[in-house]
Design a binder for this molecule. Structure first.
Ligand SMILES: [Cu+2]
Length: 232
């Protein structure tokens, strides 16, 4: 390849890169919790996603190597947001049994009793919110949010949300939070026109609600029995 040809290719590549950046808008927001909530409510882990209004959303690319581990009688991470079609592995890294199930809402499954060092996986094949529990340990709880849109983000510890690489178009804004409810309702399912320059949603006002994972039944719909083997 001659030096001139090389230079031409570099110009083409540079132009393509510029074009990509020019069409990749950012949509930002900030979670704000109403003052009467005290200091208890966290502004983190609020999920915001955009669904195109005028055309179907492109099919999201399923992610691979997703894990929701069980260790020290906890699920980790507590919240996992995945594109629909993704499989999540549930390895048991504790030296005792767990019994992972999701029957409350969303994807329904019961992985049964499985021992230390084994794992099972679940494919989240439709848009839904699944609450994951263990039938042995009531303190264990996690949430998997499966989204059909590739444009989503989760608020950080300061409540900041940045959805990147959003093509300019009209979108419906949707939110989910385990412990917060969006208020006032006028912003529920808000429609926005995202221009090339990006869009700032500003403050999203939330108020606290009771987290499903903090008070739940076992997989038979009953209260958890007291565990005589407290060390397990
Ligand atoms: Cu368990």
């Amino acid at each position: 390849m001659t030096a001139y040809l090389k230079r031409d290719w570099m110009i083409v590549l540079a132009m393509a890169t510029c074009t990509t950046f020019a069409t990749a808008a950012e949509v930002t927001a900030k979670v704000h919790v109403s003052a009467d909530a005290g200091n208890q409510a966290s502004v983190a882990n609020v999920v915001v996603w955009l669904t195109p209004v005028d055309s179907p959303a492109p099919r999201p690319v399923p992610r691979t190597n997703l894990r929701l581990i069980q260790k020290n009688k906890e699920f980790s991470p507590h919240l996992l947001v995945v594109p629909t079609g993704s499989s999540v592995d549930f390895p048991n890294l504790d030296p005792f049994f767990h019994n992972v199930f999701s029957l409350f809402n969303g994807k329904r499954f019961d992985l049964g009793l499985y021992e230390a060092g084994t794992h099972r996986s679940v494919t989240f094949d439709r848009e839904c919110v699944s609450y994951i529990f263990c039938n042995i340990h009531p303190e264990m709880g996690a949430v998997v949010v499966a989204l059909s849109s590739p444009w989503f983000a989760i608020s950080d510890a300061n409540g900041l949300i940045t959805i990147r690489d959003v093509p300019p178009a009209r979108y419906r804004v949707q939110t989910w939070s385990e412990q917060l409810a969006l208020s006032p309702s006028i912003r529920t399912n808000e429609i926005i026109d995202v221009p090339f320059e990006g869009y700032a949603l500003g403050n999203l006002e939330f108020s606290p609600t009771n987290a499903v994972t903090s008070h739940h039944k076992n997989k038979f719909g009953k209260d958890y029995p007291p565990d005589p083997r407290s060390s397990y």
